[in-house]
Design a binder for this molecule. Structure first.
Ligand code: FES
Ligand code: FES
Length: 234
C-alpha cells in the first residue's frame, strides 16, 4: 500500500520551544492568552470597518469610479473655446485636440507630423502656454478657462501678426510646413519673455524641429518680432 504523503505542515512541525512559541513567551503570553488576544483584536477590527464613517471613503471611491466610467468610449459633447469662439463638438474621449482642430473644426494650420510630441508642428497656445496639441485630449481642453489660440486666430483682421511678419522678413521658412508651430511657440515665448537674447531664443525653441533647417532665420525672426512687439506692432 502506498504511503500517504506527508502534509506540508508535517515538514515544518510546530516544535515545542520553536520560534512561534518562544515569540509568545517573550511577549509573556501563553497559548490560551494569545488565542484570546488575536480573537478579540479580529472582532475589534471588523467592527471598525463596518462603521458608517469607515464605509464612507469606499462609497466615495465607488461613486468616483462610476463617474469615470460615465465618459466614453462613445462620443461626448464638449465645448472648446477656440480663437475667442465657443465650438460645440461630439468627440470620443480618446481624440486629441489636434485631430479636433484639424478634422472637426477645419483649422488646419497646426500640422500633424510626428503625432507623438517630438516635432512641435502641432503647437497651439492653450491658456497662454504653448502645447503640443497632438498630446492633449480634446476633453481635457474643454472647459471655459482653457482659451485655445491657433495660428488662424493670431491675426483675425487679416493683418500679419508681428511674429509672422518677422518670419517673412527674416526668411525663416522654406517649405513652411513647420512654420505655424514655430510661430505659435515664438508668440507664447515672447509673451512670457519680451527681451530674450539670441542664446535664450535658441534654447527656448528647442521643442520645434524644421526639416528644412531654417533655425538661424527663425532665431533672427524672434529677436526682430520682440522689437516689433515692443514697438506696439503686435
Ligand atoms: S505632431 Fe505634435 S509634436 Fe509632432
Ligand atoms: S520650413 Fe520646411 S520643415 Fe521647416
Amino acid at each position: 500500500m502506498p504511503k500517504r504523503p506527508k502534509s506540508p505542515e508535517s515538514d515544518h512541525p510546530k516544535v515545542k520551544g520553536g520560534p512561534e512559541e518562544s515569540g509568545r513567551k517573550q511577549a509573556g503570553l501563553g497559548r490560551r492568552d494569545f488565542v484570546k488576544l488575536v480573537g478579540g483584536t479580529g472582532v475589534a477590527v471588523t467592527a471598525g470597518v463596518l462603521t458608517k464613517e469607515a464605509l464612507l471613503p469606499a462609497e466615495s471611491n465607488a461613486q468616483a469610479a462610476a463617474g469615470r466610467r460615465g465618459i466614453g468610449p462613445g462620443p461626448v459633447n464638449i465645448t472648446l473655446r477656440v480663437n475667442g469662439e465657443d465650438k460645440d463638438v461630439a468627440v470620443e474621449p480618446r481624440v486629441t485636440l489636434l485631430d479636433v482642430l484639424r478634422d472637426r473644426l477645419h483649422l488646419t494650420g497646426a500640422k500633424k507630423v510626428c503625432d507623438r510630441g517630438t516635432c512641435g508642428a502641432c503647437t497651439v497656445i492653450v491658456s497662454g502656454k504653448a502645447i503640443y496639441s497632438c498630446t492633449m485630449l480634446a476633453i481635457d481642453a474643454a472647459n471655459s478657462s482653457a482659451d485655445i489660440l491657433t495660428i488662424e486666430g493670431l491675426a483675425p483682421e487679416g493683418q500679419l501678426h508681428a511674429v509672422s511678419a518677422a518670419f517673412v522678413d527674416n526668411d525663416a521658412q522654406q517649405c513652411g510646413f513647420c512654420t505655424p508651430g514655430f510661430v505659435m511657440a515664438c508668440k507664447a515665448y515672447l509673451d512670457a519673455q519680451p527681451n530674450p537674447t539670441y542664446e535664450q531664443v535658441k534654447a527656448a525653441l528647442g521643442g520645434n524641429l524644421c526639416r528644412c533647417g531654417t533655425y538661424v532665420g527663425v532665431r533672427k525672426a524672434v529677436l526682430d518680432a520682440a522689437m516689433r512687439m515692443k514697438g506696439g506692432r503686435s
